[in-house]
Design a protein around this ligand. Structure first.
Ligand code: 5GP
Ligand code: ZN
Length: 111
């Protein structure tokens, strides 16, 4: 999607601080961190959110979640919160699927 910020990050048109990358998945630090560690994990393919997942794309969503497991190990996170905002009413501002990994003291959201 040409007007999608996260597609531009995937294409390298907008710089990001990468944490993890493979053929299907990219993870990078959030530009406005809401926790000590705030990482965004996205499929490289443009999927809007969980409402938008087509049947053939579920294996890709699985790969994204498997990457979360890898990143938690790679970054030595002793615990983390995983959040995905779906739709504007769910707090989604960037309409390319992403999963927030939040770690550290005083995490925002549920307690
Ligand atoms: P949402 O509210 O859609 O769940 O979260 C979008 C997240 O993307 C926000 O936490 C915001 O800080 C982050 N973000 C927005 N634009 C950029 C950007 O250009 N680079 C990076 N690294 N993060 C961004
Ligand atoms: Zn996109």
């Amino acid at each position: 999607m040409s007007d999608c910020i996260f597609c531009k990050i995937v294409d390298g048109d907008i710089p990001s601080k990468k944490v993890y990358e493979d053929d299907s998945v990219l993870a990078f630090y959030d530009a406005h961190p809401k926790a000590d560690t705030h990482i965004l994990v996205i499929p490289k393919q443009h999927i809007v959110n969980l409402y938008d997942v087509q049947a053939h794309q579920w294996p890709l969503v699985q790969q994204v979640l498997q990457s979360v497991q890898r990143i938690a190990e790679q970054e030595n996170l002793v615990g983390y919160r995983l959040i995905s905002n779906n739709g504007a009413q769910g707090g989604q501002e960037v309409f390319h699927m992403h999963w927030h990994i939040l770690a550290g003291d005083k995490l925002p959201g549920f307690q």
